[in-house]
Design a protein around this ligand. Structure first.
Ligand code: FES
Length: 181
């Protein structure tokens, strides 16, 4: 099997609009307007607003970033920079459960690549993608601060350490029913 260079996997989506999200739908715009009106005068408002948008709408797409940049009168690159720096933010809707595979040094050396390949095989999607049933999203992440438990995986807000490829299905089954594969 040819090894993939997982360090080349972007930790955030590329700067291209998602085809399935070309515009802000009116309901999203109304929610954004309410959030912006409530927080725009506060110090550090951009971070607060982005947190609220992520929590309320579930993602912050390119059109939404454009809209926020216009409303706050800041460059789009500033908004984009924050959204792509913090893995909490996402530009596309995530599945019900976010599975974050640590690609820090200890986890990478400890077998993160094999874990990812097994999860991809079980769920039928690649790293960075969401399953068609919207139950799981597979993502890379930076060090989770649990290097002694490498290779580590964070599912939602739960840390699972000392994983092995043949055990990853057990972790996934804690969250959703998965047929035998
Ligand atoms: S390198 Fe994975 S938890 Fe630190």
């Amino acid at each position: 099997m040819r090894s993939r260079d997982l360090r080349s996997v972007p930790l955030a989506p590329a700067l291209t609009p998602a085809e399935d999200d070309p515009v802000i739908i009116p309901e999203q715009r109304a929610k954004m307007d309410a959030i912006i009106a409530e927080h725009s005068k506060k110090p550090g408002s951009m971070m607060v607003i982005l947190n609220e948008i992520q929590a309320e709408i579930g993602h912050i797409s390119r059109p939404m970033q454009n809209y926020l940049a216009e409303k706050l009168r800041v460059p789009l690159k500033d908004v984009y920079g924050v959204v792509t720096f913090y893995s909490f933010f996402t530009m596309k809707p995530r599945g019900k459960h976010r599975i974050a595979f640590c690609l820090g040094t200890a986890c990478y050396v400890g077998g993160a690549e094999m874990l990812i390949e097994k999860a991809e095989q079980i769920l039928g999607v690649k790293l960075g993608e969401t399953t068609p049933d919207k139950k799981f999203t597979l993502e890379p992440c930076r060090c989770l601060g649990a290097c002694s438990q490498a290779p580590a995986v964070m599912v939602d807000s739960n840390l699972h350490g000392r994983n092995a490829p043949d055990k990853i299905i057990t972790v996934l089954r804690k969250y959703e029913k998965i047929e035998n594969r």
